[in-house]
Design a protein around this ligand. Structure first.
Ligand code: NDP
Length: 332
């Protein structure tokens, strides 16, 4: 029996990659204790890289990308899962070092899965996906470092992207004031509907300045952008506040940053990586998402897609042209 998968191949001579839908079989799948009938997957920034240039992330060609998926267990040699169980996978270098969710079936290690949290179906779980899980992990890290709802806003950069959208909706639901930084002014209504109380134009925060500190404005920050923006934001944090750095859509360096915010304002920079999160932390984060993320707001973030759309969507996300979350029905 064969099934559809998006397979990326690399031409050894030119080094160029190409992605196309192919028919593959269970024998082609990598080893793992659990075989899952995939129902939904998503397009994250990393997926864009893995479908295209690879950026050193993809460890084996031909490769099936897809860093997250949700579906139903078909077979399992691990006692924690039985056929019919609904499961979610994020991280563990699936879709990079191990074939991922851009196929109608996937085979993975049981340790990498979590049971589908109560309150979410597989489609909505993938509307959340790695991006939403990361947003929740960032909020949990900020709260672990003392963030509570108050008069000062929490800044969310890369606001109209996947991580940003979920972060805004959850923070607003938890009672935080949220300032959303976007380079796309036309997304203002979308961001306000998600719960942003203030829209900050991207250009207000991308000019590199030599000032050691600026006025204290932000009670916390979830930063998906890094680059010049993170350098500016660090100088505008309230005394003792934390920045959860989750991504680098605007560049890998922290430009223009000085040590001053860390010394004179006790600012903390927390790095968040969703890839190797322990089981208990993943389960807690998923439970909190199901509890605190309003489903009407999640629905408003969804851009539906099918397997054949993936290569084009990969290019869109790398170009910063995706709003909210792409949800791919692999059987559609
Ligand atoms: P998206 O592409 O959905 O969103 C990124 C957003 O950043 C864009 O929508 C845009 O928002 C903004 N942006 C894009 N390019 C630039 C730029 N050059 N300068 C400033 N802002 C820019 O990606 P995700 O939200 O899924 O992921 C965001 C980042 O987080 C990526 O770098 C990704 O690799 C990383 N990530 C990290 C994870 C982890 O575990 N740490 C997990 C998931 C993602 P706007 O138009 O509103 O300005």
């Amino acid at each position: 029996m064969t099934f559809s998968a998006l397979v990326v191949e690399k031409d050894e001579d030119s080094g160029k990659t190409s992605a196309a839908i192919q028919q593959i079989s269970l024998d082609d799948l990598p080893e793992g204790e659990v075989t899952v009938a995939v129902e939904y997957t998503t397009v994250n920034y990393k997926d864009g890289l893995c479908m295209g240039p690879g950026a050193g992330l993809v460890r084996n060609y031909p490769h099936v990308p897809g860093i997250d998926f949700a579906g139903t267990v078909e077979t399992s040699s691990d006692g924690r899962y039985k056929p019919g169980d609904k499961v979610v996978l994020t991280g563990w270098r699936v879709g990079e070092a191990h074939w991922g969710g851009y196929a109608q079936k996937a085979r993975v290690r049981a340790d990498w899965l979590v049971p589908l949290p109560e309150g979410l179906d597989t489609r909505r779980a993938m509307a959340v996906g790695t991006a939403g899980l990361t947003a929740m992990l960032a909020i949990m890290a900020l709260e672990d470092h003392g963030l509570t709802p108050g008069a000062d806003p929490v800044l969310v950069t890369g606001a109209s992207g996947g991580v940003g959208s979920v972060a805004i909706a959850v923070l607003a639901q938890l009672g935080y004031k949220v300032a959303a930084v976007t380079g796309r002014p036309e997304t203002g209504d979308y961001l306000r509907d998600l719960g942003a109380t203030q829209i900050v134009p991207r250009e207000d925060l991308t000019e590199v300045t030599k000032k050691p500190l600026e006025g204290e404005q932000w009670a916390g920050c979830i930063d998906a952008v890094a680059g010049a923006m993170l350098g500016r934001v660090l100088k505008q944090m309230k005394y003792g506040a934390s920045v959860a750095a989750i991504g680098l859509a605007g560049g890998a360096a922290i430009e223009g940053a000085l040590i001053t915010p860390f010394i004179l304002r006790g600012v903390k920079l927390l790095g968040i990586d969703s890839v190797r999160q322990p089981y208990s932390r993943r389960v807690e984060a998923w439970k909190r998402i199901a509890l605190h993320l309003p489903m009407d707001k999640l629905e408003a973030m969804i851009q539906p897609a099918v397997l054949a759309d993936l290569p084009g969507l990969g290019r869109d996300i790398l170009d910063g042209n995706v709003k909210g979350r792409i949800v791919v029905d692999v059987n559609g």
